[in-house]
Design a protein around this ligand. Structure first.
Ligand code: IPM
Ligand code: MN
Length: 353
C-alpha cells in the first residue's frame, strides 16, 4: 500500500515524540513492503511564531493531500495565562478539526496490567477496564455561537439532528465490533440539546438490535467511571462532556502517557496522543513516546492493516515487559531510558520481529 502521511509535530514535547512516531511507521512500512512518504507541516504555537497562524493554509493543504495525519501536541504556557491573547495554539487544533470535518474522536481507555498500580483507583477496580469513548468533535459549545463583554458571556450548545445521528452511528459501529454495549451520555434532564441526542438515539436503537443501548447522565457517568469502569464498552457523547470524561478516563488507567486517539470524519483522519505538549519537558528526552507510537498503530488499523497495528502493539508490550520505559513509568532500580532510547528499542524490535 502507498501511504502519504502529513506530520504535525507542534509544540513542547511534540517534535521529540513525532520523530519516534515517524521512525516506527517507517520501520513497519519497510517490514510489510508499504511505500510511505512523510511531509511535515507547522501548527500550534510553533506556527504562530513562524507564520502568525496556528493552523496555516499551507498546513491544511498538506493535510488534505495526505492519507492520514500523524499529529503530536500543541500548547504553550506563553498563551495559557493570557486571556487577551488574540491567537492561541489551541485554536489551531479546533481549526484543524473543523476544516478536516473530524467529527468523531475515538479515545480508547485501556489499562495495561503492568501500570495498573499507577492508577489512583484500587487495582481490583480498574484492572481489565477497557472501553472506548467516542466524543463528538466539531459541534456543541466549542463551535456554537459565542458572546462576551465585560458583564456577560455565553457559549451555545448547538446540535443538529444530522450531527447527532452521524456520531451515534459511529458509536453503534464500534459497539458492533466490540461487546455490543453502547452508553449514550447526556444531560437530558436539564439540556435541550441532550434531549435531542436522546431522542435521536432512541430512534436509531431499533436499527441496531444486536447492540444494547443505555443512557446515562453525564454526572452519573463521571461517577460510574471511577466506581465501576468495567461497566463501559463504548460510550458516545457530545463535545464538552467527551472532553471532560476522556481526561478522567485517561487518568484512571494510570497510563496517560500511553493513550492514543483517532479523529475521523469527512476528510483526512488524524492520529494523536491523548496527552498534551508538556512544555516543561521539552527537549529533555524524557517524554513517553508510547501514546504517539500507539497512535501510529491506530493509523494502520484505520486502513485495515491489522497485522501492522498488532506488531506495534506487541512491540510496545514487549518494551514495557523489558522495563524499557521512560522515567515516569520506570520501575524502581530500572535503567534510564529516554524518548529516543525507547523509540530505538521499539524500532529494533519491529525490524527483528
Ligand atoms: C483535547 C484538548 C482540546 C479540547 C483543547 C486543547 C482545545 O483538551 O483534545 O481534549 O478541549 O478539545
Ligand atoms: Mn481535553
Amino acid at each position: 500500500m502507498k501511504l502519504k502521511i502529513a506530520v504535525l509535530p507542534g509544540d513542547g514535547i511534540g517534535p521529540e515524540i513525532s520523530r519516534v512516531g515517524v521512525d516506527v511507521m517507517q520501520a513497519v512500512c519497510d517490514k510489510f513492503g508499504h511505500e510511505v512518504s512523510f511531509k511535515e507541516a507547522v501548527c500550534g504555537a510553533d506556527a504562530i511564531d513562524k507564520v502568525g497562524d496556528p493552523f496555516p493554509e499551507e498546513t491544511f493543504k498538506t493535510c488534505m493531500e495526505a492519507d492520514a495525519v500523524l499529529f503530536s501536541a500543541v500548547g504553550d504556557p506563553r498563551f495559557d495565562n493570557n486571556p487577551s491573547a488574540k491567537v492561541r495554539p489551541e485554536q489551531g487544533l479546533l481549526a484543524m478539526r473543523k476544516k478536516l470535518g473530524l467529527f468523531a474522536n475515538i479515545r480508547p481507555i485501556e489499562t495495561f496490567d503492568c501500570l495498573v498500580h499507577n492508577s489512583p483507583l484500587k487495582d481490583e477496580l480498574v484492572r481489565g477496564a477497557d472501553f472506548i469513548c467516542i466524543r463528538e468533535l466539531t459541534g456543541g459549545m466549542y463551535f456554537g455561537e459565542k458572546y462576551q463583554d465585560d458583564d456577560k458571556a455565553y457559549d451555545t450548545n448547538y446540535y443538529t439532528r444530522g450531527e447527532v445521528e452521524r456520531i451515534l452511528r459511529v458509536g453503534y459501529e464500534y459497539a458492533r465490533r466490540r461487546n455490543r454495549h453502547l452508553t449514550v451520555v447526556d444531560k437530558a434532564n436539564v439540556l435541550a440539546s441532550s434531549r435531542l441526542w436522546r431522542k435521536v438515539a432512541q430512534e436509531l436503537a431499533p436499527q441496531y438490535p444486536d447492540v444494547t443501548t443505555d443512557f446515562m447522565y453525564v454526572d452519573n457517568a463521571s461517577m460510574r467511571m471511577i466506581q465501576e469502569p468495567r461497566f463501559f464498552d463504548v460510550m458516545v457523547t457530545e463535545n464538552t462532556f467527551g472532553d471532560i470524561l476522556t481526561d478522567e478516563g485517561s487518568c484512571i488507567t494510570g497510563s496517560m502517557g500511553l493513550l492514543p486517539s483517532a479523529s475521523t470524519g469527512e476528510h483526512t483522519p488524524v492520529f494523536e496522543p491523548v496527552h498534551g505538549s508538556w512544555p516543561a519537558a521539552r527537549g529533555l528526552n524524557i517524554a513517553n513516546p508510547l501514546a504517539q507510537i500507539l497512535s501510529a498503530a491506530m493509523l494502520f488499523e484505520y486502513f485495515d492493516l491489522k497485522e501492522e497495528g498488532a506488531l506495534i502493539r506487541r512491540a510496545v508490550a514487549a518494551s514495557l515487559d523489558a522495563n524499557v520505559r521512560t522515567p515516569e513509568i520506570q520501575v524502581e532500580g530500572g535503567a534510564r531510558y529516554g524518548t529516543k532510547e525507547v523509540g530505538a528499542w521499539i524500532v529494533n524490535y519491529i525490524k527483528e520481529a
